[in-house]
Design a protein around this ligand. Structure first.
Ligand SMILES: *Cc1c(COP(=O)(O)O)cnc(C)c1O
Length: 406
């Protein structure tokens, strides 16, 4: 018998990313009607027609929500769309990017050696989590340069990690390691590879397709994209999903239903925003590199980027990410403060990936706790600022930078 339209399952995995962003997760049948977008489910508990059914739900023999720490339809819809974008098996939405990273590393280390090899150029709070949370609880932590595969291999041979942790594009110097090759090293060592894909987003690369086991996002950044939500998400392959889910049920790092809704609303335009932001970043980066007061531009679209060969292999043409870092000739803290105070359109604030262009001074923020000597060794100089390029008209962003540079 021919199926009615409402009974036909849309084959989400066959769709392009722009289509997945607006269709995945939504339109689940509720009784006789189908909400076009997923409602905000505020209920903390769910009842069923019979105790028999409730028993099956509690036993996870039948799918369905029973308690919001385990499962919430607003979160499930968000998890479904992010999972589709990342090409994963399943996802868990969390209250922040850091909560998601914590869940990801815990999942990776379950049944593995309690040892982590982490990229040395990672988000400041991630370094703090490794040093102040994992290490004191008995997990050994070692840092390595993931852009130098020989030194990574040596660190892995030495540390025998259960988990390798890296970011798809590092902050703020925008270095890019080869995820496929890092995944091979992880595989050979029996380690799980966790990739924080916040900066690249699934529009540029999907770590699980390149051999990573777990991908993590701060939803606060590009995926939600409007500067009004805090959230995170873990996406895993089939092997790690049940562990992730059961840790989630026990620990309860859940994202609230309002935030799930806002994030999902943001995701519908994420591919469009990201395309525009990447194009704007290319324009701004090339303008900056021609400015006499700019000493150096760090941008993944630069053909002279230290990881240009890896970027060419992994990134689609013209999509290089939307963060541009640059150094102002001869500038120290005082000159940078003066320059940033002179900005009128570009927002002086932390975070990134929003629709508006934002600028941050890493020495003052993400790398504040690191000694000046260590920062110098990392290549993070007092003259460096980080720009997250938004969706505005690029001419307006450039005009603001021009007047502030003076
Ligand atoms: C912001 C960020 C995080 C942390 O996310 P929160 O949502 O702030 O907890 C982790 N990794 C990267 C790369 C980030 O930019």
């Amino acid at each position: 018998m021919e199926k009615k339209i409402s009974e036909m399952e849309l084959e989400i995995t066959a769709l392009k990313i722009h289509t997945k962003a607006v269709h995945a997760g939504d339109r689940k049948k509720l009784g006789s009607h189908i909400p076009v977008t997923t409602p905000i489910y505020t209920a903390s508990a769910y009842s069923y027609d019979s105790m028999e059914q409730l028993d099956r739900i509690f036993g996870q023999e039948e799918e369905g929500p029973c308690y919001a720490r385990y499962d919430n339809p607003s979160a499930a819809a968000l998890e479904e769309v992010v999972c589709a974008l990342e090409g994963g098996h399943g996802a868990l939405a969390c209250g922040s990017g850091m909560a998601a990273l914590h869940m990801a590393v815990m999942t990776a280390l379950t049944d593995r050696r309690k040892s982590i090899v982490s990229a040395n150029a990672i988000y400041g709070a991630t370094t703090a989590m490794l040093m102040n949370v994992f290490e004191p609880s008995g997990v050994s932590v070692r840092f390595a340069d993931v852009c130098d595969l020989d030194s990574l291999r040596a660190a892995v041979a030495d540390a025998k990690p259960g988990c390798i942790l890296t970011e798809s594009i590092s902050n703020p110097l925008l270095r890019v390691g080869d995820i496929g090759k890092i995944a091979e090293i992880a595989g050979a060592a029996g380690a799980a590879l966790v990739v924080d894909n916040t900066f690249a987003t699934p529009m540029i690369l999907r770590p699980l397709e390149l051999g990573a086991h777990i991908s993590v996002h701060s939803l606060t950044k590009y995926l939600a994209g409007h500067g009004d939500v805090m959230g995170g998400v873990v996406v895993t392959d089939e092997q790690h999903y049940s562990t992730l889910r059961s840790l989630g049920r026990t620990i309860g790092p859940v994202l609230g239903p309002f935030e799930c809704y806002l994030t999902m609303r943001g995701i519908k335009t994420f591919p469009l925003r990201m395309e525009r932001q990447c194009a704007n970043a290319c324009r701004v980066a090339s303008w900056l590199s021609a400015h006499p007061k700019v000493e150096k531009v760090h941008f993944t679209g630069d053909p002279a980027h230290p990881d240009a060969a890896t970027i060419r292999r992994m990134f689609p043409q013209g999509m290089y990410g939307a963060v541009v870092s640059f150094e102002i000739r001869g500038a120290g803290r005082e000159e940078i403060f003066r320059f940033m105070d002179a900005l009128k359109l570009v927002v002086r604030a932390t975070s990134l990936g929003d629709v508006h262009t934002m600028m941050l001074y890493p020495v003052m923020s993400s790398h504040r706790e690191i000694s000046p000597k260590q920062r110098e060794r990392m290549g993070i100089r007092d003259s460096l600022v980080r720009l997250s390029v938004g969706i505005e008209a690029p001419e307006d962003v450039i005009a603001d930078l021009e007047q502030a540079l003076g």
